[in-house]
Design a protein around this ligand. Structure first.
Ligand code: HPA
Length: 249
């Protein structure tokens, strides 16, 4: 069965490969998914903001996106999330294989189980991200010459605004390493669907308070190289893993 990459900010192309569009109707609305032609195995690409980056984080239809992947038979999902760095050890352009999260979002559709016909389920989030995929990503990473941290706590804010310095100091004290706007409820919805879901965060700035203003990485060449390496790493991870081996924890 195909595996999927859910990509976000700054990841809109899969170099040297053709993308074939598929519109998938789900009970939660439509999702736009691309079949990647030319990868070594069956891969789907889902740009969560749309290919034109015209859907802000709080308006993304996370339920339609995840449901569409389930409809297409996907079991393994690797998400990419752009983040700001809270932890001083995580410099911009570093990657973090996420191990846990803090959810500060509000007003988003956050479950497939809304009562009534859909039932009630209290999904266990003790192990939010799939350890099988995390370990595979980390084992393959040295080949790709990227700085990658083996664990990290993702703070999800509602956006679309960035944070204040005091908010970032609070998230730091609570144990957050990186901050972004798109990881939740995606990781929860994936768990509700029993998908094997891992996420790689890539830092594009120091979070608020580190400098006078937020400065997104301007080194375009380094960014391009990192994106290319990351994509190749994720494609190799997909090629060298199977649905059957995924333990979903
Ligand atoms: N805050 C929230 N989301 C982000 C940031 C940030 O600093 N950088 C990239 N996504």
């Amino acid at each position: 069965m195909p595996a999927a990459i859910i990509a976000g900010t700054l990841m809109y192309e899969v170099p040297n490969m053709t993308l074939v569009e598929k519109i998938i109707d789900t009970p939660y609305g439509r999702a736009l998914v691309y079949e990647v032609k030319g990868a070594g195995s069956e891969v789907l690409f889902l740009p969560r903001h749309g290919l034109k980056h015209d859907t802000p984080p709080h308006n993304i239809n996370y339920r339609a996106n995840l449901k569409a992947l389930e409809i297409l038979g996907v079991k393994r999902v690797i998400a990419v999330n752009a983040v700001g760095s809270i932890n001083k050890e995580v410099a911009p352009l570093d990657l973090v294989v996420l191990s846990d999260y803090l959810d500060f979002t509000s007003g988003r559709e956050l479950s497939f189980f809304d009562g009534g016909d859909s039932g009630v389920k209290h999904v266990d989030m003790s192990k939010p991200y799939c350890s099988y995929l995390r370990e595979k990503i980390l084992a393959l990473a040295p080949t790709y010459h990227i700085r990658i941290h083996p664990q990290g706590v993702y703070v999800c804010t509602n956006g679309p605004r960035l944070e204040s310095p005091a908010e970032i100091r609070m998230y730091d004290r609570l144990g957050g390493d990186v901050v972004g706007m798109t990881g939740l409820p995606e990781v929860v919805l994936a768990k509700e669907l029993d998908l094997c879901y891992a996420s790689v965060a890539f830092s594009i700035n120091w979070a608020a308070g580190f400098m006078d203003t937020i400065e997104f990485t301007s080194d375009k060449d380094a960014l391009k190289k990192m994106q290319k390496n990351l994509l190749e790493l994720l494609l190799e991870t997909i090629e060298t893993t199977t649905d059957e081996e995924c333990c979903n924890e």
